[in-house]
Design a protein around this ligand. Structure first.
Ligand code: HSE
Length: 429
């Protein structure tokens, strides 16, 4: 066993960083045994040095993150600052000075993953980011390593805990979106500015990372179709219930049937109550992976929070340290497939459409004709009439998003259609 310790620089000491520091101290003997050498926290870069950080020795704390990563004796840099800058510059500088990097930064990896991987490879360093996707749940490593011999066709899951909590509350109590968001904020699940979560940016970044690894192709945040949950109404949830479904914000990455392209999307969708994802409650995450040989795999667990995210960071830290000792590197970027990412219009799925229409002879036939003209086949129709108006719920068979959009556009122009009240995709059947 080597006695000279491997040196670790921690960039950021918030909820996740302080847990990483704590576990490094409390589990030091186990980490030493697992790595084959001691690991030493050599410096902790923070923005506000005066905030008390329990368990972090004061002499290690610095506000000069750049000087820390430039020291030259750092083996692994752990970046838990988040955001694009200064994280990107610090990681690049860390590689230039020979360090490997463990990051929890989904925004950065989903935007600049290819460049970061190239910088790591150039210097013979590692870039690991298990914590960037679904907190403690092992997903990046299983996709990158355990399934490296298989062919992944689909990744489908709930990768944002905040929105799952909100939708779960709406489903459980019949609450509207704003009321459920207020509860999520009061309980600390939603941040003061919830935009990244409720508008689907967080989930889209995770979808980009998962799609890239699963399909061995470059997928960035800009390639991911994104819709958040702010437009989901109590009526949508009630409608889903009537169909034996619930509403979840799903991240869906798929290989096209002909294998020649992929798609990645994040949007609310109805899924049947019998589907395992329907029983994912509160702020938990769960992801289905479908592969040729493995079949269906499901990964489930806490997708956020200090300790769960620190668990993923520590796993990466052990891997990066082991590689350093062996003079080796772990798997880098695998983008050899170079598959194009198709637009949302090419996605094929089922739809649930609610229309407010005039309740008079011929309206149903008129609506059905519009669907037929666009090649969208209707599966079921439910109508409820009241005072000369009717609410019409149409569920379609599988159709392309482009065909469905064209159908809806035409429906909106009909005099007899007062409103297209909601359109929701139906998944998981
Ligand atoms: N805000 C995220 C969530 C966790 O609610 O799942 C960090 O990605």
């Amino acid at each position: 066993m080597r006695t000279r310790p491997l040196k670790v620089a921690l960039l950021g000491c918030g909820v996740v960083g302080s847990e990483v520091a704590r576990i490094m101290t409390t589990h030091a003997d186990d980490l030493t045994a697992r790595i084959g050498a001691p690991v030493e926290l050599a410096g902790v870069a923070v923005r506000r040095p005066n905030r008390v950080r329990e368990g972090v020795p004061e002499h290690l704390v610095t506000t000069d993150a750049t000087a820390l990563v430039k020291r030259g004796d750092i083996d692994v840099v752990v970046e838990v600052i988040g955001g694009i800058e200064p994280a990107r510059s610090l990681i690049t500088t860390a590689f230039e000075h020979g360090a490997s990097v463990v990051s929890a930064n989904k925004a950065l990896v989903s935007q600049d993953g290819a460049a970061l991987h190239a910088a790591a490879q150039e210097r013979g360093a590692d870039l690991y980011y298990e914590a960037a996707v679904a907190g403690a749940i092992p997903l990046v490593r299983p996709l990158r390593e355990s399934l490296a011999g298989d062919k992944v066709n689909r990744v489908l899951g709930i990768v944002n805990g905040t929105t799952n909590f909100i939708l779960d509350r709406m489903d459980g109590s019949g609450a509207g979106y704003s009321e459920a968001l207020d509860e999520a904020t009061a309980l600390g699940y939603a941040e003061a500015d919830p935009t990244a979560d409720v508008e689907g940016f967080d989930a889209a970044a995770k979808a980009a990372i998962l799609a890239g690894i699963a399909f061995h192709t470059r997928v960035t945040l800009d390639d991911v179709h994104r819709e958040g949950i702010t437009e989901v109404t109590a009526a949508d949830i009630a409608s889903a219930k009537r169909m034996g479904c619930t509403v979840k914000l799903l991240a869906i990455c798929e290989r096209a049937a002909d294998g020649r392209s992929v798609t990645a999307r994040v949007h609310p969708a109805m899924i049947p109550l019998a589907h395992p994802l329907a029983s994912v409650r509160e702020a938990y995450n769960a992801v289905f992976v479908e592969a040729d040989a493995a079949g269906q795999l499901m990964f489930y667990g806490p997708g956020a929070g200090g300790s769960p995210t620190a668990s993923a960071v520590l796993g990466d830290l052990v891997a990066a340290c082991r590689n350093k000792l062996a003079g080796a590197t772990g798997p880098g970027e695998s983008a050899y497939s170079r598959l194009p990412v198709s637009p949302m219009g090419d996605v094929v799925t089922r739809y649930h459409i609610s229309l407010d229409v005039a309740d008079k002879p011929g309206v149903l036939a008129q609506v059905a004709t519009v669907f037929a003209e666009h090649g969208v086949s209707i599966d079921t129709v439910r109508q409820q009439g009241k005072d000369g108006e009717a609410s019409l719920v149409v569920v379609t068979h599988r159709a392309s998003d482009a065909a469905l959009s064209a159908t809806v556009e035409t429906l909106r122009r009909l005099d007899t259609v007062r409103d297209v009240a909601s359109i929701m995709r139906v998944e998981g059947e």
